[in-house]
Design a protein around this ligand. Sequence first.
Ligand code: HEM
Length: 211
Amino acid sequence: MTSPAAPNPDGIMARLKAGTAAQHAVAESKPLEAALIEGSIGRVQYQKYLAQRWWIHRELETATDRAIKTDHRLVSLGLPSLYQTQNLEADLAHLQTNLESIRALPGATHLVQEIQKAAPATLMGIFYVFEGSKNGARFIAKALAKAWGLSDTARFRYLDPHGEQQRAIWMKFRSDMDAISWTPAEQDQMVKAAQATFDAISSLDDAIHAG
Ligand code: HEM
C-alpha cells in the first residue's frame, strides 16, 4: 500500500526537491540560519530578517492573488490560507517596528522584481521555496522561544504559522501541486525560479548577517 505521504516520484514536487537540494544545503548552512536554529540570533538582526521577509511576502501574496484570478488551476491550492504577510506584521508589531521605515536590501529588491514579472508557474516556484521553508522554520521557532525564555511559539507567527498542522498542510500542498497538469516548459520554469529564489535568499541572509 502506498502511504498517503509518499510524494509522486514523477511529479513536480519531486523535481523541485531534487532540483533545489544543493541550494537548500547552501541556504541551511548560512551563518544567519545557523544563528536562528541555535537561538543565538540577536533581536535586532531577527527584526531585520522579518522586515526583509515582510517586504518579499507582501509582493508575493499580491502577485499570487492576481495569478489565482487569471490561472484557475491555482484555485485548488488554497493559497490565501498559507499567506504570511499578516503573520509577519503581527511579529513585527511585537518588536515595535514601524513598517514605513523598512527599506529593502538588494536581495529582496531583486526577488520582488522577479515576482512582479512572473508567470503563474514561475510564481509557484518562488512560492514553493517559502512554503517549504516553514518545515525548518518550526524548529527555529522552538529554538528561539527556548532561548528567549518563552513558554510557546505564539510570538513567532511567521516561523510557526500552523503549529501541529504543519506536516499535514505541507503534505496537502505537495499533493495539490502534483495534481495540477503543469506543462514540461512550466515545470522547467518552476525549478529555475525556485533555484533563483534560494540564491536570492542566501545572498539576502548574508547581507542581513553582515549588517
Ligand atoms: C536553519 C535552517 C534550515 C533548516 C534546519 C531547514 C530544515 C528543513 C527540513 C528538516 C526540511 C524537510 C521537511 C520534511 O520534508 O519533512 C526542509 C524542507 C525545506 N526547506 Fe528548509 N531548512 C532551513 C532553511 C531553509 C531556508 C532558508 C529555505 C528557503 C527560504 C528553506 C526551504 C525549504 C524547502 C523549499 C523545503 C521543502 C523541500 C521539499 O521539497 O521537500 N529551508 N527544511
